[in-house]
Design a binder for this molecule. Sequence first.
Ligand SMILES: *[C@@H]1O[C@H](CO)[C@@H](O)[C@H](O)[C@H]1NC(C)=O
Ligand SMILES: *[C@@H]1O[C@H](CO)[C@@H](O)[C@H](O)[C@H]1NC(C)=O
Ligand SMILES: *[C@@H]1O[C@H](CO)[C@@H](O)[C@H](O)[C@H]1NC(C)=O
Ligand SMILES: *[C@@H]1O[C@H](CO)[C@@H](O)[C@H](O)[C@H]1NC(C)=O
Ligand SMILES: *[C@@H]1O[C@H](CO)[C@@H](O)[C@H](O)[C@H]1NC(C)=O
Length: 486
Amino acid sequence: MKTTSSDPETPRNSTQFLRKLSSYFPSSSRLSVYLLAILVVLFVFFQIYSLQTPPTSPWAFMHQWEKMVGNSCLLSSQDNKQQELKSMASKLSESVTFLPLKDLRFANAAMKGHTWFMSSMYDTHEEGEVQYQQFPTESSKGRILCLKGRDTHDGSWNYYALAWPESLPENATVLRGITFISYNHYDYYNIWHGLSAMMPFVAWHIKSQCAGPRRWILYHWGELRTSVAPWVKTLLEATFGGPQNVDGIHCDGESDGCDSNPVCFEEAVVMRHNEGGMSRLKRMEVYDLMRCRARMYCEAGTREKGEQGIGMKMLMRDGARSFKNATAVIGIFEKECRKVAGCRLMMAYPHNLTFCEQVKLMSSTDIVISAHGAQLSNMILMDRNSSVMELFPKGWLELAGIGQYVHHWLASWSGMNHEGTWRDPVGDPCPYPEEDRRCMSVFKNGRIGHNETYFSDWARRVLNAVKMRKAQQVNTNPVSGLCGCQ
Ligand SMILES: *[C@@H]1O[C@H](CO)[C@@H](O)[C@H](O)[C@H]1NC(C)=O
Ligand SMILES: *[C@@H]1O[C@H](CO)[C@@H](O)[C@H](O)[C@H]1NC(C)=O
Ligand SMILES: *[C@@H]1O[C@H](CO)[C@@H](O)[C@H](O)[C@H]1NC(C)=O
Ligand SMILES: *[C@@H]1O[C@H](CO)[C@@H](O)[C@H](O)[C@H]1NC(C)=O
Ligand SMILES: *[C@@H]1O[C@H](CO)[C@@H](O)[C@H](O)[C@H]1NC(C)=O
């Protein structure tokens, strides 16, 4: 029997055994190189990953890691998602729908409810407050207002739309800041109507911690307008603390070709009901602020508390609705004024006074006497509770419609006392029967006579009332100092 094994696989001693083993397994130094390589790869992956998006939690890291080591299939589905989002956004842009600013379907109810201006929109309205639209808000679902609205002749050729800032209509320019957009059924060049269109923005200004606009865009029947009466413009300048841009839609060099493309507004406030819906108290608050700001702007000091004098001012006109005999009219009021201690009568032609001269004049006026006309809007600049005496030529009562009462309304809204009217029974002859509407063209610009008995009694009554009011009133100007705003 052999002592050595005939089996070739059986090692004969320990050295042989080890040599055999090493042919089956990598050496220890090779092993460590393998391990090191794996670690380096892991480390590099981690570095790339953490440079891109720092993980916020271990969870997030795991999530990202899965993406990182994910196969190429996952990565391309990411690309697909990006593509999909882009295409969705461009579809949203495409689907922004522009509607005509003036909706002819509501032509017969142009000023009611939604009005024919931006007729698909609802106003925000709380009881007694200003009615307005604001974009973007929750109710616009974050969408902003866009306009293609530069036509000055036909409002149905101007358009509006809502769009999300991420998917604006093609070639749109975004105008930064707050934009005031006004709808006025009448003429911005008429002081009364201009003031009426602007006052709700002042109400919004008060409501919104005194935020002011970067620009105004004015529409009449959906047609772009680019100017307002200078008196109104200066009042706005005083109220909002600087020159106001009212002259159309400008892109301030933001992009080429902006003038023919849509503009969208970072923030827009739209008014289409003037003072409608506001309580008398809210309206008075608005005129208080405008009065206060106008006096500040013009450095027209308010009168000393309890100052005894009574300021009686006659605002005169030339031509239409001027006095036939101004000397006679002045004489009558002068005589009554002289009978009251401290009363001073002054005449002024507002058409040749600057805005600030008018503000100063009115801030020391307790009684204003004037023919019906634009100059009477100055009444809002008197201290609250002052008196208005208004005169009309012949024919207005019968033919002028409700427009003749605008100064009654303005007096009530601004906290003044309208002390009634005098209507001249005598006027120029009309070639048609007197009740014929065509006579209005004759009476509209008629001149105004006088009735000494009537004027004297009227002046005496008003002077008495003012004297009593001034005696018991402590403060006629509730708004003072910073005018209620910083
Ligand atoms: C946008 O502007 C480009 C370049 O001016 C013009 O070619 C394109 O027609 C415009 N698109 C629209 C929808 O107006
Ligand atoms: C105007 O009234 C004054 C005073 O009443 C009178 O003296 C004068 O004659 C009148 N003028 C005209 C043109 O009637
Ligand atoms: C103001 O107007 C009146 C009437 O039009 C005129 O008589 C007067 O001279 C004018 N005053 C000034 C300072 O221009
Ligand atoms: C006007 O004066 C009267 C009497 O002093 C007072 O009762 C009233 O509240 C005042 N009106 C306004 C609008 O300030
Ligand atoms: C003038 O007014 C008085 C008082 O209101 C009136 O009685 C009189 O008839 C008026 N005179 C004229 C000429 O209208």
